[in-house]
Design a protein around this ligand. Structure first.
Ligand SMILES: [Mn+2]
Length: 309
């Protein structure tokens, strides 16, 4: 599959790279890292990185704004995106051919070529593998190394999540032979606004843990207003309860105007099948879902509680 992808990259003059909505460091890292590798290796090709900027990740890379006409006869590559509704910029199907590169379960195998590796920590790690496989043809620079490093750090939670493997460390070891400012990346990625830290204090004071080791927290609009945090900022704090002794599964509910957004995490118990029952899905130990009432939220809590048996 990697060879076929490289052949397609060589074949096309214009390549447009997409990633998922609500981008995280791995989305930016794999998208812009791959773009840089292609640009450095084939200077005559036109390579574009599309999608909406996420302010907190702007430090990683510029993006491109492109006309519809550029899609004509182009190769489109989508990275780090499990299903087509989550692809940022709906024009992804306007090119001549479509490639999917991802590390999430392949429930929606969109694309003419699909390379999915659920054993990879991140799509950034897969891009490292892609570059290394064809190292004589694909040039890695400090720019791409910084992007891919940041993507891997993001998806592995600084190498603490179980998706981190010896392969991950091998690629990271190689990336760190390039010169870029690692402390600056960590400082930027993990800095938190005082408002958010105050809300984090609330989270730590108010989560509920059941006897079976299930933690849940319900976050209402009143609470968001009181602490002046956005629903996104609140949802991001999900892993601050991961360190609680005895916790097996933990879930946050954040009420938004049209829905209640759900984030579920787990140490060992598989939860993406339960998330799928509630308009969601994701990784076996890290999923998202959506419910539309607090009664439905309570049913989800009961299902997760059951899974903790
Ligand atoms: Mn990812």
């Amino acid at each position: 599959m990697k060879q076929q992808i490289l052949d397609k990259i060589k074949e096309y003059e214009t390549i447009i790279i997409h990633r998922h909505v609500g981008p995280d460091p791995d989305a930016y890292g794999s998208q812009c890292g791959l773009a840089n590798i292609i640009t450095e290796s084939f200077p005559n090709k036109k390579v574009y990185r599309v999608g909406k900027h996420e302010e907190s990740l702007r430090f990683l890379s510029d993006l491109d704004e492109i006309d519809d006409s550029i899609y004509e006869g182009s190769l489109v590559i989508v990275v780090d995106t499990a299903n087509s509704p989550r692809i940022d910029d709906k024009r992804f199907d306007k090119g001549a051919e479509l490639i999917k590169i991802d590390h999430h379960p392949n429930n929606d195998p969109y694309g003419d070529l699909v390379w999915v590796d659920t054993t990879a920590s991140s799509t950034s790690e897969m891009i490292c593998e892609f570059q290394e496989t064809f190292a004589e043809e694909l040039t890695l620079t400090a720019v791409a190394a910084r992007l891919l490093f940041t993507g891997i750090v993001g998806d592995t939670g600084r190498f603490m999540f179980p998706n981190t493997t010896s392969r991950t460390f091998a690629y990271v070891s190689k990336l760190t032979t390039y010169e870029f400012d690692r402390p600056a990346i960590f400082n930027t990625m993990y800095k938190k606004d005082a408002r958010v830290l105050h809300f984090n204090g609330y989270v730590l004071q108010n989560f509920k843990m059941s006897e079976k080791g299930m933690i849940h927290l319900k976050i209402t609009p009143d609470l968001l207003t009181e602490f002046n945090v956005t629903s996104n900022e609140a949802a991001m704090l999900i892993n601050t309860v991961a360190q609680v002794e005895g916790v097996k599964v933990w879930v946050f509910f954040v009420e938004e105007p049209e829905r209640i957004r759900v984030r579920i995490r787990s140490k060992e118990i598989v939860i993406n099948d339960i998330a799928a029952d509630y308009n969601g899905g994701g990784h076996p130990l890290a999923s998202g879902a959506t419910v539309y009432s607090w009664e439905e939220a309570d049913r989800l809590i009961a299902d997760l509680e059951n899974a903790c048996k």
